[in-house]
Design a binder for this molecule. Sequence first.
Ligand SMILES: [Zn+2]
Length: 346
Amino acid sequence: MKRRNFLSFCAAAGACAVLPGMSLANVARPFPKGMVTFTFDDGIVSNHRYALPILKSRGQVATAGIVVSRMLSGNDDYMNVEHVRELAASGWEIASHSLTHSRPTQIPKTLAQEPVSGWHVDERDPARYQTQYEYERIAGLYQDGKPLTEAPSLEAMASCQGCYWLDRAIAELHVRPLRGGDPSTLDILAGSYQREMEQSKAMLLELGFDVDTYIAPHNYWTDDVEVLSRRSYARACTGRDSDNRPGTFNAHAIRRFMVHEKDSAQALARIITDHSLEHGGWVVFCFHGVGDKTGWEPYPADKLDQLSAWVAEQGIPMVTVREGAKAMQAARQNDTKQKTIAKKGS
Ligand SMILES: [Zn+2]
């Protein structure tokens, strides 16, 4: 389906607006052919190089999950800000895929849990401090709000100012702070998952991207993270099991089908047939790299092209995560309304 047909599809399906006089048959199945969404995680440059032109040739759009620190890293495996702007200008949705791609179990969960305490001066070097660190990973370390840099080793810390090194084997965190003094006044924070969500969104907004969707790194999700995500995001893709159908839709637990390198276009088309064409459901695929060797399980460009062509031939609406979720929520509300009317009438 071409982009320009999406709104007329919504109107016909009664999904994007609650239309007066809608029949119960429409309510039972608001999306006659279902919907399909392609998401691309990690902001890999091949999304811009291969996926964008393939989808653009058929007027199709997708959602890109951007890891903000990678976009700004200068590493040319990842899209830079200009690449991402080009996706947005072509109608793609830009979503946050966090700041540093951490799991919520690897770092502090909330801002309140960020302060690192227990510091004492390192006897071997009085400019250094150390403490025990209870988390597996550091998603940014900050002193007085300023980021510290990660040193490659304990020895390398001799020549850097404002740096840290985590000895993972014994969970010992070493820091050579920007400002020394009494160990109890160092004011050092370790980035939390709440920061991953909130700051990545703030930075993307600052760059001019319209962001209200979160895509969980590693599809890792917990109940308390879901509660946190509701503060900043209208919706989240989480890898949780849900059927993405109007009756049970949870916008903060959008289910995605993981796409593997070896999956044929036919196998993916079968998933769409089973869920979208036969049941009017919404299929959301999770791709990473496309067309080259970069990223997790990169999907061959010719197979992506075949799948995109098949979706277009079938006339199945291809939507962004934002569009799909809004349509599902509208259908759910409408369903509830109709049930209330039917109840009152009975
Ligand atoms: Zn990822």
